[in-house]
Write a protein that binds this ligand. Structure first.
Ligand code: NDP
Ligand code: MG
Length: 386
């Protein structure tokens, strides 16, 4: 029996690796839906190879190009962002892999859960923004959220067979990013080109910048808190530059379980897709002799203030993580566009967190509202007109 999947963001780093997994297991998976933002050429190529039931291109100006290219196939072509939220509800889909980037993942993920689809969750921003709502909705519709983020996949793997045993705390491992050990003077000189070079992982631009500021680890703390139903004080971060141990669970007897392997996103992607089975793979194997020392150090949340800000947002709750996320998305884009410097990223986020009204009673519309107010404020603080 094949598992029928939809991949939202199939043209990105996670999306293309998800298709690599499908390609290696054609009897196990079949592709029902693929979606992209504006990369029509790659979406067409993928559709011709995997023959999905439907594709969606977010950017409506690319509709004709995609439609014409797939005219002789049975693939239905749709365009626009609302169409992404609609196709995820198709009866034939069992698992939706959410590999879009940023806040854009929230609405389609919500709709997929409402339609009873299990989620392979890469789009961490969805849980950062609206973790309480999403986890409650998943419970209501008996939908599983399978983590794809490597740290969360590690925690999930450590918890197998342990569901009845309470977690004392978890440690999310962090590589430390390309600027580990650097001081504030150095960070003031950092260019987008330098920040886009991650030591251990090849990923999309937004998460690569988030990794360089340590915001990625902050977002992951919030993601973990919701996925594993933890209190903020049960979530800790440890820097582990080799990225071999992907995260650790500490149980109430003091015992710790860790999951390890070479840093390759295909492993957690495949685990989420194949759960509960471990599918055979030919991914390179870890060799202990190549890594005679695995090292650990405390994160520097004083120099990398984004980690501190995310921790504060997690503790505060309500709409604060949503404000943090919106401001961060604006700040990352402004940095990549060279409107602001690297140290201005946390400054912009902190100012926005102080400026947007704090709320605790949230629903989907309130999150959308908070997101747009926060974006407006962040643009204003960055001196960018929208
Ligand atoms: P990429 O930027 O490589 O890919 C993003 C994908 O989403 C592309 O297919 C893009 O389409 C599409 N997309 C972007 N914006 C929109 C939008 N507004 N509406 C619809 N589709 C959109 O990102 P990654 O693959 O690196 O990351 C995806 C998610 O997974 C992120 O949330 C990230 O945090 C998370 N993640 C990624 C990891 C990684 O190793 N890359 C690891 C762990 C988590 P197009 O190509 O047309 O622009
Ligand atoms: Mg991660």
């Amino acid at each position: 029996m094949q598992k029928h999947i939809a991949i939202l963001g199939s043209t990105g780093s996670i999306g293309t690796q998800t298709l690599d997994v499908v390609r290696s297991h054609p009897d196990t998976f079949s592709v029902e839906v693929l979606t992209a933002n504006s990369n029509a050429a790659l979406l067409i190529k993928q559709a011709l190879e995997f023959r999905p039931n439907a594709v969606v291109i977010g950017d409506e100006s690319k509709y004709e190009e995609v439609k014409q290219a797939l005219i002789n196939t049975n693939t239905k072509v749709f365009a626009g962002y609302d169409a992404i939220s609609q196709v995820v509800q198709m009866d034939s889909i069992e698992l939706v892999v959410t590999a879009m980037v940023g806040f854009s993942g929230l609405k389609p993920t919500t709709e997929a859960i409402r339609a009873g689809k299990h989620i392979g969750l890469a789009n961490k921003e969805t849980l950062v923004v609206a973790g309480e709502l999403i986890t409650a909705l998943a419970k209501k519709h008996a939908v599983n959220l399978y983590p794809i983020d490597s740290e969360h996949s590690a925690i999930f793997q450590c918890l197998l067979g342990e569901w009845h045993n309470p977690i004392e705390k978890i440690y999310l491992t962090a590589s430390g990013g390309p600027f580990r050990g650097k001081g504030k003077d150095f960070l003031a000189t950092v260019t987008p080109e330098q920040a886009l070079k991650h030591p251990n992982w090849t990923m999309g631009a937004k998460i690569t910048i988030d990794s360089s500021t340590l915001m990625n680890k902050g977002l992951e703390m919030i993601e973990a808190r919701w996925l594993f139903n933890l209190k903020p004080e049960q979530v800790d971060v440890i820097v582990h530059p080799q990225s071999i141990i992907h995260s650790i669970v500490q149980f109430e007897d003091g015992s710790m379980k860790a999951q390890m392997g070479l840093p390759d996103m295909k492993l957690p992607i495949q685990f989420a897709m194949g759960y509960p089975d471990r599918l055979k793979s030919d991914f390179p194997r870890f060799n202990f002799i190549d890594y005679p020392s695995l090292t650990f150090e405390a994160p520097d949340a004083e120099t990398f203030r984004c980690l501190y800000l995310a921790t504060e947002a997690m503790k505060k709750g309500g709409n604060m993580p949503c404000i943090l996320n919106a401001a961060n998305e604006v700040a990352v884009k402004a940095f990549l566009d060279k409107h602001i410097s690297f140290p201005e990223i946390p400054e912009l986020i902190e100012k926005t967190m102080a400026a947007v009204p704090f709320k605790t009673e949230m629903d989907l519309l309130e999150y959308i509202d908070t997101d747009s107010i926060a974006r407006e404020k962040a643009h204003e603080f960055a001196g960018i007109s929208i």
